[in-house]
Design a binder for this molecule. Structure first.
Ligand SMILES: Nc1ncnc2c1ncn2[C@@H]1O[C@H](COP(=O)(O)OP(=O)(O)OP(=O)(O)O)[C@@H](O)[C@H]1O
Length: 321
């Protein structure tokens, strides 16, 4: 259990790529392009052990692509990253998971046709290696199975899903599925849990319960990194926030400071305007609003590259058209 009286971010600089006193993840020069789009271009990133870090940024900032790279679900064009001192940048997802970093996923169609209990049991199985050992030494497998089933029941009880154990996972509500995703991920006893939009689609009745689980994970010493759009959730759950825009990290700091950082707010909301803002039904800026957001982001990225402070970033030059 970490000592919560000590602020691990006390002396940490509020700048992109700042060094942390005890990083569990360290990444360098990570890039990933899709066609002409540079989705990820992260110079340096450190995630402090045993804390909860929120990764935020406007749509298209590259948050999910960065998650995919770090967890081995996609291949970077360049870059290296390590977990607890071990390089994991060339490892496939299942080996990253075994090294101690897991991510949650939406429930797939296949998994929704399994029971809730089997879903959680599945979280504990490694990939083919363990299945092969099981085939060669069925007695060891059976013993392991019993232990896994016992742990799965305990995990379901922790997430208050025990009464649903034999229901098909597909019958769960959106919020219960999120709990199930977390339960499944935790079966490997990970050092780091990566949560991609844990609150998306969760009805208010389960929001507090999910938030509580995320906090207790962190309080138990697990490092939590999560992508989230909801600023209330960010403020409530994160100890530190990393802001991305156009593939780059443009700011870092405690949530209380970032929400008053006008440059970050502008990058998010495109608030420098003299026309009504326009967003599509997904909430993405469109038309003139999209252009302003793009301008603002490239201005911020430019200042960051030049090592300038972003807190007083001026409005970008307006075109004359
Ligand atoms: N598998 C892919 N194939 C092609 N392009 C991709 C792929 N993944 C991401 N991209 C592109 O990379 C850019 C950033 O990705 P993405 O929009 O997922 O970032 P994000 O910050 O996670 O956004 P959101 O908040 O909307 O989930 C986008 O321009 C997207 O089109």
């Amino acid at each position: 259990m970490p000592d919560t009286t000590i602020d691990p971010f006390a002396g940490v600089e509020r700048v992109p790529g700042s060094t942390k006193p005890d990083p569990i993840i360290t990444a360098d020069h990570v890039t990933r392009s899709f066609g002409g789009v540079q989705a990820v271009n992260v110079e340096h990133l450190e995630i402090q052990r045993g804390t909860s870090t929120g990764l935020i940024g406007p749509n298209g900032a590259g948050k999910t692509p960065l998650f995919n790279l770090l967890t081995g679900f996609d291949r970077a064009n360049s870059g290296t990253w390590s977990l607890d001192g071990t390089t994991i940048s060339s490892k496939p997802a299942y080996r990253v998971a075994r090294s101690g970093m897991v991510r949650t996923f939406q429930l797939t169609k296949a998994l929704s046709r399994l029971t809730v209990l089997d879903n959680v049991r599945l979280g504990a199985t490694g990939q083919t290696g363990e299945r092969m050992i099981g085939a060669l030494m069925p007695w060891s497998w059976r013993a392991q199975e019993a232990e896994i089933t016992e742990r799965a029941h305990a995990m379901l009880a922790r997430f208050k899903l025990d009464t649903k154990a034999i229901d098909m996972a597909g019958s769960l509500s959106g919020g219960q599925r999120k709990l199930l995703e977390m339960a499944r991920a935790l079966m490997t006893n990970p050092k780091v849990v990566m949560l991609d939009e844990p609150m998306a689609g969760v009805n208010p009745a389960l929001t507090q319960s999910l938030l509580g689980h995320i906090k207790s994970l962190r309080d138990d010493g697990t490092t939590v990194v999560f992508v989230e759009h909801d600023m209330d959730v960010i403020r409530d759950v994160s100890d530190w926030v990393v802001v991305m825009a156009q593939g780059e990290i443009i700011a870092e700091g405690p949530p209380s400071e970032l929400s008053s950082n006008s440059a970050v707010v502008d990058a998010y909301l495109g608030s420098h305007h003299d026309k009504p803002l326009e967003f599509d039904e997904q909430g993405d800026p469109v038309g003139e609003t999209a252009r302003m957001v793009e301008e603002m982001e490239s201005e911020l990225a430019h200042r960051v590259r030049k090592g300038q402070s972003i807190s007083d970033a001026p409005e970008p030059e307006r075109g004359t058209s």
